[in-house]
Design a protein around this ligand. Structure first.
Ligand code: SF4
Ligand code: SF4
Length: 96
């Protein structure tokens, strides 16, 4: 039987978060309407970016961020203000 790829919930079970009340990533959502093909939707490994079809707007959650920096690099409209979380906050990777 072929190996099964772990889904996002399984992947995230290997990390923990100390969530800061202050967002370390913010998005200028007014730029997202004209963006195509909205690469953040598929590039974020934590699936933090989704598109709300009903409201025709981007939804973003910084809480599950893995701090990979990918979204900042793929955004074609420079809409993402990115920084690492403040000291003591953010993702903790559990190994072993
Ligand atoms: S890639 Fe940038 S501009 Fe495009 S939808 Fe995502 S955050 Fe908005
Ligand atoms: S830094 Fe990585 S995990 Fe965090 S929101 Fe951007 S793409 Fe997603």
């Amino acid at each position: 039987m072929a190996d099964r790829k772990p889904d996002i919930d399984e992947k995230l079970s290997h990390v923990a978060f100390d969530i800061d009340a202050e967002a370390h990533i913010t998005v200028k959502k007014e730029r997202c309407g004209e963006c195509r093909p909205r690469p953040c939707l598929s590039a974020c490994p934590a699936e933090n970016y989704t598109w709300n079809e009903a409201k025709d707007e981007l939804l973003f959650n910084y809480e599950g961020c893995l701090e990979c920096g990918t979204c900042r690099f793929v955004c074609p409209l420079d809409a993402i203000e990115w920084s690492y979380p403040r000291g003591g906050f953010g993702v903790r990777y559990r190994y072993g």
